[in-house]
Each structure stands twice: as structure tokens, then as C-alpha cells.
Write a protein that binds this ligand. Structure first.
Ligand SMILES: [Fe+2]
Ligand SMILES: [Fe+2]
Length: 311
């Protein structure tokens, strides 16, 4: 049996691949790309919501949002660490983001223009992320799968805090309900785009499914999201902005309209409403945070020198 066959065998038996195990270079590269994109998404995802921290309508809302945004920073850290186990230093991964070479989820290139957007993001964006991430708890690379287990627990709190904001707005004044509807109108389609292109168009799907990096297809996850979310919108009493949306009793799923793929690719390629702004904010934070990285490194150096001196 060749190394490649032994590797595929382990995967077929649902055994995890660990950092020191032999793996094909392409498997390693695919994982580095996917996990680092995921890490960047967590970190860039803090920006649209961070925008509302100072304007949260009550102390309770502020505390919950602050906790959620901090959770996302933590998710970024687990995932950057998982990337490091594949032999890619964190500096390199972060440089790729800051230089505009790396991708992150396009959803974060849309602006947050009202408080209701914070509700819609938790409900829809974290809701969509959970579906994807739950399937990744079974991914074949051990450190990535284990990071996902922890992340998923926190994501479900994010989804609930978002839905609760929507529920409060929808039970409030007519103006508040209109805000909630407007947020749904603007976030619905970008949320559906989060699952990526149709599998027939996706260059990575087949190989990633074989390696069990990816456990479910984009279109299946997207369908599950629609099926899960429509009753939640009904309960809120607001309308999903899709004239083609209807229950299909034969398929036992909702049928829904086609995504505007032109918009999707435009945002992926860097021409969305906030792509430039997001990267500029990250670059600024990186420069302004240099002193604390230097201080942390100096402290770590001192600690290890002192330990050596004692020993
Ligand atoms: Fe997250
Ligand atoms: Fe989240």
C-alpha cells in the first residue's frame, strides 16, 4: 500500500488526521487555505458588529454584543492556532489577509446601517455559520474538528441573541418592526450566498468531500438553512424577500429563487460595499496593536530566561 492509499484508508474509516501524520501536500494546502479563510472571517466579522457597540440601545444589549464580538476574536485565535499546526506561521497567514491576498466570508463586506442589522446578523449570519460549522465538527483534520466543537457551542448563543433582538423589534412599534423587515430584506440574500457557489460550479467540492475536509455540499446546507429559517421569519411576522419562496410538498423542502451570482462574484473579487473599509480597519488595528505584540513577546522572553536561570 502506498502512503497515499494508507492516508485515504484512514479517512475512509473516519479516523482523524493529526498534525504529525503524513498527509498529501494538496490536503495540507487545502486545509491551510480553508482554515485561515475561516479565521479571517471570524476576525473581520467583528468589524460590522463592533460598529454598534457604542450605540447598543441598553446596557444588557451592550453586554451581550460585547461578549459575542469577543467570542469571535476567540474563534479567530483557535483557528489561527489550527493553521499553525499545519506548519504555516501565524504572521504569514495574517500578512496574507492584510496584503489582500487571502479571502474571508463576503458577508462581512456589507454595511450595518441600523440596530436591527445586529439582530439580523446574529439570526441569519451566525445561523448560517452554525450549519456549516456543525458539519465541520466531523471534518477529517483533528485540530480543526475539535476547534469546531467549541465554536459551535458559542455560535448558538450568537444566533439566539440575534433572534431575540429581532423578536423584540417585531413586537415593538410599527417603526421598529419596519426596521426588522428592512434588515431582513438586506441580509437575506447575502446570507444565502454564505454557502458558496452551486456545487456544480465549485472547484473544490469533489476533492474536499473525498478527503472529508468538507462533509456536506453547499446546496444541501443552503437548503437546510432555508427550511430552518422560513418558520422563524413566519413567527416574527416578517417576510423573506423572495417571490419564488414556497413549500414544495413533493420535495418536502422550500423552493426558493436564484441568487444574484453576479453580485456574489463582485463581492468575492473585492468590489463589495465595504471590502476596502474592512481591510483598512484591519491594517490600522495591526499597526496600532504592534506595541502589545512586542510587549507580549518581550514578556515571554523574560519568563523563559528567568526559568532557565532558576534551572
Ligand atoms: Fe464565530
Ligand atoms: Fe458567531
Amino acid at each position: 500500500m502506498t502512503k497515499e492509499e494508507r492516508f485515504q484508508n484512514r479517512i475512509d474509516q473516519d479516523l482523524k488526521i493529526e498534525p504529525k501524520d503524513w498527509m498529501p501536500e494538496a490536503y495540507r494546502r487545502t486545509l491551510v487555505r480553508q482554515i485561515s479563510q475561516h479565521a479571517h472571517s471570524e476576525v473581520v466579522g467583528m468589524l460590522p458588529e463592533g460598529n454598534w457597540l457604542t450605540r447598543a440601545p441598553s446596557l444588557r444589549r451592550k453586554v451581550a454584543l460585547l461578549a459575542k464580538v469577543q467570542d469571535e476574536a476567540g474563534h479567530g485565535l483557535y483557528l489561527y492556532s489550527a493553521t499553525e499546526t499545519l506548519g504555516t506561521p501565524r504572521d504569514e497567514t495574517i500578512d496574507d489577509l492584510l496584503a489582500g491576498r487571502a479571502k474571508y466570508s463576503s458577508i462581512f463586506n456589507y454595511p450595518t446601517t441600523s440596530w436591527a442589522d445586529i439582530g439580523a446578523i446574529g439570526w441569519l449570519v451566525d445561523g448560517a455559520a452554525i450549519l456549516n460549522q456543525v458539519s465541520l465538527t466531523r471534518t477529517s483534520y483533528g485540530p480543526y474538528a475539535r476547534a469546531m466543537v467549541r465554536i459551535c457551542k458559542e455560535e448558538s448563543f450568537h444566533q439566539r441573541q440575534g433572534y431575540e433582538i429581532m423578536l423584540t423589534l417585531c413586537r415593538g412599534s410599527a417603526a421598529q418592526k419596519a426596521m426588522a423587515q428592512d434588515a431582513l430584506n438586506r441580509w437575506w440574500w447575502p446570507a444565502l450566498m454564505m454557502f458558496g457557489p452551486h456545487d456544480t460550479e465549485s472547484t473544490h467540492t469533489e476533492q474536499s468531500m473525498k478527503w472529508k475536509i468538507k462533509r456536506e455540499r453547499n446546496d444541501d446546507l443552503r437548503q437546510r438553512f432555508v427550511d430552518m429559517t422560513v418558520p422563524q421569519a413566519d413567527y416574527l411576522g416578517i417576510t423573506i424577500p423572495d417571490p419564488h419562496l414556497r413549500w414544495n410538498p413533493d420535495r418536502h423542502h422550500y423552493d426558493f429563487g436564484e441568487i444574484d451570482w453576479e453580485e456574489f462574484w463582485k463581492v468575492v473579487k473585492g468590489f463589495g460595499p465595504c471590502n476596502r473599509e474592512r481591510l483598512e480597519a484591519r491594517r490600522k488595528a495591526h499597526v496600532e496593536g504592534a506595541w502589545i505584540r512586542d510587549a507580549a513577546e518581550a514578556y515571554a522572553r523574560r519568563q523563559s530566561e528567568m526559568k532557565k536561570a532558576i534551572a
